[in-house]
Design a protein around this ligand. Sequence first.
Ligand SMILES: *Cc1c(COP(=O)(O)O)cnc(C)c1O
Length: 227
Amino acid sequence: MTEIESTLIELNNAIKHVEQQREKPAKSVRLLAVSKTQVAESLRSAFNAGQHCFGENYLQEALIKISALADLNIEWHFIGPIQSNKTKDIANHFDWVQSVDRLKIAQRLSNQRPDNLGKLNICIQVNIDGEASKSGVKPDEVLALAEQIKHFDKLTLRGLMIIPAKTNDSQLQRQSFQRAQALFNLLVEHYPSVDTLSMGMSSDMAEAIEQGSTMVRIGTALFGQRD
Ligand SMILES: *Cc1c(COP(=O)(O)O)cnc(C)c1O
């Protein structure tokens, strides 16, 4: 067994464990492999070991890998900050965009999504802790943006993406996750297409699942430290 295979098994078991503890349905939490800075061959190994969705932050780097791995049926998620001059390539090459944080970006993605591709799956990135340095909409702006996204015919609103503030205080962290979950529940009530709360990374995966995450985005714990 390769190292990446055994790491994937461990990660999926860890997810399963929290699902069971929390009495969630099996496979209700998806694992997104965050592959920024990793070479295409590492992604290929992970794919061969059963991992089919990958998240990338940097467009130019991602396009090289998407082209190198075109023979694989990968589901590509864009999870990095988006400048408006990048939306065309994103709309052409990705299946999901998790980092939508303004109307203009949503509009461009919808206009530029090619007809022969299915709808683009969208998560609104929320700045759940109101950090000045972080992108994402304010929690009280989420519903307004969701309502606008609903009217774009090439987009499907799937949910929210959360990156909480870095903290060693587990109670503060839990509160951030809980606020995200409450916002997600509100969105679910209003929009039948919403099913995804993307929350939790290598260091806080279990806690995020306990607080309602349906998709964890894992880089370091899968591929090792980034340079
Ligand atoms: C890099 C990144 C991750 C993965 O972080 P790890 O700590 O390496 O698991 C998840 N989400 C986003 C948005 C990222 O940029």
